[in-house]
Design a protein around this ligand. Structure first.
Ligand code: NAP
Length: 346
């Protein structure tokens, strides 16, 4: 059902200091107290960036909604142990970390709805964020929808994800001490991941589909100069094999069609990411690869009042802790934006 009441009655008012959605501990309601679907801040996405933004907005007493999407918790719910998130000297399980972040956002006062935003209208105020069943209004929007690692599309890849198939060397590399590993891709990420993995692996096989790497010269040189790295050029991974865990990959030469078996304990797929921006419908400026473009050093997008946080704009770091930091920035800026609008009488 579309929220006709909210659409007709929503007025931009300064709600700071008022009762946020249900007050602290009152999250998970479909709308703010008193019904309706108008919020001061709607956060799209519930990874580290979205939940952190939720904590900060709610603590600033902003009426805040987090639309968690279909994978509440984001990419970390698909990982096992996380050893590089500060504050957990004995590591933490990815799903547990995200459950705690969600609980913290709720306890701070954010409403959380487990629906996916499928469309937005950012051309006029109040902004609108649509799910399959509801239309929410927002005075400010924080886009925290993340980016999805590209997949090879092989059967074994899905079956062995988290069992030797990984999309993040920084996250999972230390679990492969002494193993032989494959890294798929020929860009900067593949070179960086391969080089990083040599800290743990006995050997790293870079598998690239063309006879020329895409990576920058300096990254190529670093990888090629590393005695533990071996390049398999003009090769595609045809199959990832293993019982309970990755045991080998089948390579196929794209020049000769010849197939060979490479025994490895893990496969790191580094063939790029796709930022999750399709539902923005081109209303926010993005770069050539679809990452949300931000105004220098801020979380502001090309649309005033719309902010972005995390992997949806960050092509370089892509870490849970950096995403959380960006979520904090976006929330602080959204809060300041709302205060300034009120001061201007908007
Ligand atoms: P990328 O530059 O798009 O490279 C992706 C690589 O994966 C390419 O070599 C591509 O092959 C290959 N690939 C794509 N789809 C494939 C498929 N289905 N099967 C097999 N191979 C496939 O992505 P990236 O390496 O993640 O880098 C993204 C951006 O971040 C770049 O601008 C990069 O410079 C930047 N970055 C910078 C650093 C750094 O400076 N430290 C580190 C990481 C990333 P083709 O070459 O044949 O297309």
């Amino acid at each position: 059902m579309m929220a006709g009441g909210a659409s007709s009655g929503a007025v931009l008012v300064e709600r700071r200091g008022g009762d946020p959605a249900g007050g602290p501990g009152g999250g998970e309601r479909p709308g703010p107290a008193g019904g309706g679907t108008a919020y001061e801040v709607v956060i799209i996405g519930a990874g580290p960036a979205g939940y952190t933004a939720g904590v900060y907005c709610s603590r600033a007493r902003r009426r805040t909604l987090i639309l968690s999407g279909l994978l509440p918790g984001g990419q970390l719910v698909n990982t096992t142990e996380v050893e590089n998130y500060p504050g957990f000297p004995k590591a933490v399980m990815g799903p547990d970390l995200m459950a705690d972040m969600r609980e913290q956002a709720k306890n701070s006062g954010a409403s959380i709805v487990d629906e996916e935003a499928v469309n937005v209208d950012l051309r006029r105020r109040p902004f609108k964020v649509l799910t399959a069943s509801e239309e929410y209004e927002a005075d400010a929007v924080i886009i925290a929808t993340g980016a999805s690692p590209r997949k090879l599309g092989l059967d074994g890849e899905e079956a062995l994800a988290g069992k030797g198939v990984s999309y993040c060397a920084t996250c999972d590399g230390p679990f492969f001490r002494g193993a032989e590993l494959a890294v798929v891709g020929g860009g900067d990420s593949a070179m960086e991941e391969a080089t990083f993995l040599t800290k743990f692996a006995s050997a790293v096989h870079v598998v690239h589909r063309r006879d020329e790497l895409r990576a920058s010269r300096v990254m190529q040189e670093r990888a090629r100069g590393n005695a533990k790295i071996r390049m398999h050029m003009s090769c595609e991974v045809k199959e990832i094999r293993g019982g309970g865990r990755v045991e080998s990959v089948t390579l196929r030469s794209s020049r000769t069609g010849e197939e060979s078996e490479l025994r490895v304990g893990g496969v790191f797929v580094a063939i790029g990411h796709d930022p999750n921006t399709a539902m923005l419908g081109g209303q926010v400026e993005t770069d050539g690869d679809g990452y949300v473009a931000l105004r220098n050093g801020t979380a502001m997008t090309s649309v005033e009042g719309v902010f972005a946080a995390g992997d949806v704009h960050d092509r370089h770091y892509k870490q849970a802790v950096t995403a959380a930091g960006y979520g904090c920035m976006a929330a602080l800026e959204a809060d300041r934006h709302l205060t300034e609008r009120r001061q201007k009488g908007a």
